[in-house]
Design a binder for this molecule. Structure first.
Ligand code: XBP
Ligand code: MG
Length: 275
């Protein structure tokens, strides 16, 4: 059997839980309404806005790209900060009230990793308070302690698709890329993880299904759990397995992934190694 990975690095929004459409988007709209702004982010528009990571950056992008009619006030920078703080308040309240469940297989894999001594980390562009709220409400009251490192929000200046947050986490863990597996749901996230040299498993969602996931070790509908088999959309064959576990991830790392990934950059569409 191949050695198990030493750590699993998880993105949050879209990967641990489907938080964007019914969580972040709703919270942004509540913050805008509260501030008396006529900014309304419907479901399709929000899909376009997700191209920009980070809530503050996303609001600025919306104004620049979609609202030529809006004349920013002199204290525009402060306004963005205030709106973002209000949005965080609404988002965390929403998680506490209605909750957003973890995606299939997430709890199973996290629990398996803990039992097996495989370390866990979070690598996200979302605000730290949002991560705490999601972990507490969807996973367990003490779930923040499950993770050795939580890199969130402005911990690095350059957000995904820059690899900086992954570099930060690898440094803090004291591990090298071939010892770890990253989990992402979006093209921006995948680019960040690949640029840090990490084997990456992508679980798509409604917003990211049509993204370009070239270079991913595996692209799945979800991680799979009992009674809910996962489906491989691209990449390694699972040889009949119906869920991603540590043995499958160890095999993925041992399968000459680095070599294959280098080659696959030249040969568009090349299959990743067989798990
Ligand atoms: C998702 C994001 C975040 C959230 C909003 O990041 O891009 O910006 O949509 O969060 P990831 P904030 O998938 O890497 O977790 O408003 O707190 O920035
Ligand atoms: Mg994501």
């Amino acid at each position: 059997m191949s050695p198990l990975p030493k750590a699993l690095l998880f993105d949050v929004d879209g990967t641990l839980a489907d938080t964007e459409r019914d969580g972040h988007r709703v919270a942004f709209n509540r913050a805008f309404a509260e501030a008396g702004l006529d900014w309304v982010w419907d479901v399709p528009l929000y899909g376009e806005l997700l191209a920009v990571t980070g809530g503050k950056e996303r609001m600025r992008h919306y104004v620049a790209r979609y609202r030529p009619d809006y004349h920013p006030p002199v204290d525009y920078d402060d306004l963005i900060v205030r709106l973002h703080a209000a949005k965080t308040r609404h988002y965390t309240a929403l998680l506490a009230e209605s909750g957003i469940p973890l995606r299939p297989g997430v709890r199973r894999l996290l629990e398996e990793a803990r039992r097996s001594g495989v370390r866990l980390a979070i690598v996200t562009t979302t605000t730290p308070a949002n991560v705490s709220a999601l972990l507490r409400h969807a996973l367990a009251p003490d779930a923040e302690q499950w993770f050795d490192v939580i890199a969130a929000g402005d911990v690095v200046a350059a957000k995904k698709p820059a690899p900086d947050s992954y570099h930060y986490v690898l440094r803090r863990l004291g591990l090298s890329p071939p010892e770890c597996v990253a989990f992402e749901d979006s093209e921006n996230g995948l680019r960040a993880a690949l640029a840090a040299g990490l084997a990456t498993v992508v679980t798509v969602n409604e917003y990211t299904r049509s993204h370009d996931f070239h270079g991913a070790a595996l692209v799945l509908d979800h991680l799979g759990e009992a009674g809910r088999p996962c489906r491989v959309l691209a990449g390694a064959s699972l040889n009949g397995a119906t869920q991603i576990d540590l043995v499958a991830l160890g095999a993925l790392l041992a399968g000459g992934y680095e070599k294959e990934r280098g080659e696959s950059r030249e040969a568009e569409g090349q299959a990743a190694p067989s798990v």
